[in-house]
Design a protein around this ligand. Sequence first.
Ligand SMILES: Nc1ncnc2c1ncn2[C@@H]1O[C@H](COP(=O)(O)OP(=O)(O)OP(=O)(O)O)[C@@H](O)[C@H]1O
Length: 325
Amino acid sequence: MVKGTIEVEHLTKTFKKGNVQAVKDVSFNVKEGEFFAFLGPNGAGKSTTVQILTTLINASSGKVEVAEQDVIQQPHEVRKYIGVALQDTGIDPSLTGREMLKLQCGIFGFNKEEASKRTKELLEVVQLTESADRICGNYSGGMRRRLDLALTLVNKPKILFLDEPTTGLDPSNRKSIWEYLERLNKEEGTTIFLTTQYLEEADFLADRIAIIDGGMIVAEGTPAELKSQIGNDLITMDFSSEEETHQAMEILNEELMATDLVNKGQQLVMYVQDGTKRLMEVVRVLDHHSIPIQSINVDSPTLDDIFLKITGEGIRDKKGEVQHG
Ligand SMILES: Nc1ncnc2c1ncn2[C@@H]1O[C@H](COP(=O)(O)OP(=O)(O)OP(=O)(O)O)[C@@H](O)[C@H]1O
């Protein structure tokens, strides 16, 4: 039996057009039945990696095995074992959901009876039974994503690749896709490789996360491991000017030996092991130097804090969008 594993060694991809090095010496493994998330901002190299892993484009160098098959030597074998949902859904708006699914069953060689049975099953799984006979062109964004997922599941793939499956969806649709993916992973044992820009998505779903930025993996581990890398707590302080923030940073650095500090303009973030105890010290030291603190909080780190610490910027900063965390 072929195992639903992924092995990637020293993968690089350079696009000749524009001479862009989209993926730089990336290595990672995904175990059978694991839920693995590739987390990174726009342009980090997530889609490029997925396209290589799913045999859609070739790597410039490196070794990639998916379901124990080499993607370059045996792309047809690889395709037998995988399901792929990319960012552009391949849905024909003039067909109904049921027709789309039957068509897909036909592509995988199901006869008419098998196709009807599998279509019915999948419509139930993604909760589209009631809308099955409406044309897809009238489906909402969430319904289209769910249909797209059902299409990728027709051949019961061992490994499912999902490229930003919930980008652009509203929270309730996002939640229903999460629940469904969780069930698929736990109950069917499907290995899932998911890319996302949403920290809370990776945190909620993944057994293991790799953070990718500028084509390189900058951190890897379970959500808990990634969080513990930066201390148990973080203290966030607000000041009324950048100058005060800068002064506070120097004082905390000198007097409390605080080296894990991030200056965010009028805000200072300090990564610590024991937040409550350190909070008292911070207040005392800054008060002693007459630096007024506008507000101060102790929180547990989110994945966004990890991203901030590792890359020095918030995960959405590059696009100037709202930060998640
Ligand atoms: N076909 C291509 N030709 C030239 N450059 C490309 C091509 N595809 C991607 N790139 C570039 O490679 C880099 C990585 O892109 P990629 O789509 O893999 O990022 P991503 O992490 O998936 O981003 P997003 O979240 O926006 O989808 C970017 O700089 C992108 O502009």
